[in-house]
Design a binder for this molecule. Sequence first.
Ligand code: DAT
Ligand code: MG
Length: 194
Amino acid sequence: MTDKLKDAKIVFVVGGPGSGKGTQCEKIVAKYGYTHLSSGDLLRAEVASGSERGKQLQAIMQKGELVPLDTVLDMIKEAMIAKADVSKGYLIDGYPREVKQGEEFEKKIGAPALLLYVDAKAETMVKRLMKRGETSGRADDNEETIKKRLDLYYKATEPVIAYYEKCSIVRKINSELPVDEVFAIVEKAIDELK
Ligand SMILES: Nc1ncnc2c1ncn2[C@H]1C[C@H](O)[C@@H](COP(=O)(O)OP(=O)(O)O)O1
Ligand SMILES: [Mg+2]
């Protein structure tokens, strides 16, 4: 099964909540035909399905905590294999959230060719999330949970960037700029992959 993913081009998209990962991924999908896999979206779909697993996940996510590693990884892998025949590459959005998740991903799936580090100030992220919360219907887009998610991002996820800097695949993207200007930087990084 994993053979199907042997030559897959894998891009990790890492950044704080509200930094603009989803926004940029959407544009990459449109231009490059990549498959966008947001771990958060996969998990929320499981919650929406009403399954027993979904109910357990909901309780964890509402608290702003990280769900068990194997659960997320299995869901990502299933989704990747399902798209293996049509995908030009994979955007893994919101994963790894911690160094251990990155190590497990490499063991079970493969190594990333690029890490897009979508960087915005905490203040900017909070502002964007509060605005998104007005319409997103996401249980975690509220002030209290946003603060927890930001703390967790700085503690658990920023070390992921340092970890991958060692193999020189990190490209830092200034996401304070308007969406199209951010995408111009993203395009350069993706184009270099070919
Ligand atoms: N460069 C940018 N400038 C202004 N707003 C942006 C932006 N990138 C994203 N946004 C907006 C869109 C969303 O309402 C909100 C969060 O963006 P998102 O793509 O959902 O973030 P993430 O997926 O990283 O949580 O901010
Ligand atoms: Mg997102």
